[in-house]
Design a binder for this molecule. Structure first.
Ligand SMILES: Cc1cc2nc3c(=O)[nH]c(=O)nc-3n(C[C@H](O)[C@H](O)[C@H](O)COP(=O)(O)O)c2cc1C
Length: 220
């Protein structure tokens, strides 16, 4: 991807509003060899984590010592979903696997699809988004607005994106590759490329109605 195109998208996104205009985020961009190196290192971590899931008690204990296969991200990406949000999450997951022709019980195929996250879905460019943690939820909010601006700019230029919370799971290889200021924490990543006609790109999980989003006034 031409460097000028990446720069143009970042130049659009930098105009995103933020708390007191602090712009409390930084972006690391990888393409070419660096992207391939990061992909290999992150995939090795994902594979180790899958091995661990099916591993014996001893293997799990050993992983606690070596940290192999365990997340080393700055934020927890494997949280318990609130009960109320679980149906949407499940519906989106089932819809995605159905679009890909993956049966519910085919856990090997699901893992292969999950693995695509750390292949950046074949995109030529991957970005990593870092935030200053001291601003709490507000730096994350600012980064979200920035990311949406970036995604809209990319789309307007004929590109496609996938925000990737999954890329927050392992920070080690990213910190080794980039000179990240220690106060900046890895929030998520983003795959950037040209959209293909793959079935996954036709999948649209839709959204809840406005009525469902609105909080009703208290009565009585
Ligand atoms: C903060 C954030 C993190 C996301 N993380 C992932 C991810 O790790 N892997 C993935 O395939 N999609 C990820 N997505 C994409 C969402 O799953 C997707 O936007 C949502 O299901 C709605 O689908 P749509 O954008 O195609 O309408 C993420 C989106 C956001 C905004």
């Amino acid at each position: 991807m031409p460097a000028a195109l990446i720069e143009a998208i970042l130049d659009d996104a930098r105009w995103a509003p933020s708390w007191s205009n602090t712009q409390p985020y930084k972006i690391a961009v990888a393409s070419g060899e660096l992207k391939d190196r990061l992909k290999a290192q992150l995939l090795a971590r994902y594979d180790a984590s899958v091995e661990l899931q099916g591993g014996s008690l001893l293997a799990r204990a050993w992983a606690l010592v070596t940290r192999r296969g365990l997340p080393d991200g700055d934020f927890n990406t494997r949280f318990e979903y609130p009960k109320e949000l679980t149906p949407r999450r499940r519906a989106t997951g089932f819809g995605l696997y159905a679009a890909l022709g993956i049966a519910r019980e085919d856990s090997a195929a699901r893992k292969r699809q999950m693995r695509r996250n750390w292949e950046f879905f074949g995109a030529p460019v991957v970005m990593f988004v870092f935030v200053r943690q001291e601003l709490g939820a507000y730096s994350v909010l600012d980064a979200g607005i920035f990311l949406q601006s970036l995604m809209l700019s990319a789309q307007a230029r004929g590109l496609g994106t996938c925000a990737e919370g999954a890329l927050g799971t392992w920070a080690g290889p990213v910190r080794e590759a980039f000179d990240v200021p220690p106060a900046y924490k890895l929030l998520c990543g983003l795959a950037l490329g040209w959209p293909s006609d793959h079935a996954v790109n036709a999948y649209n999980p839709g959204r809840a109605d406005v009525a469902e989003m609105l909080i009703p006034e208290k009565r009585g």
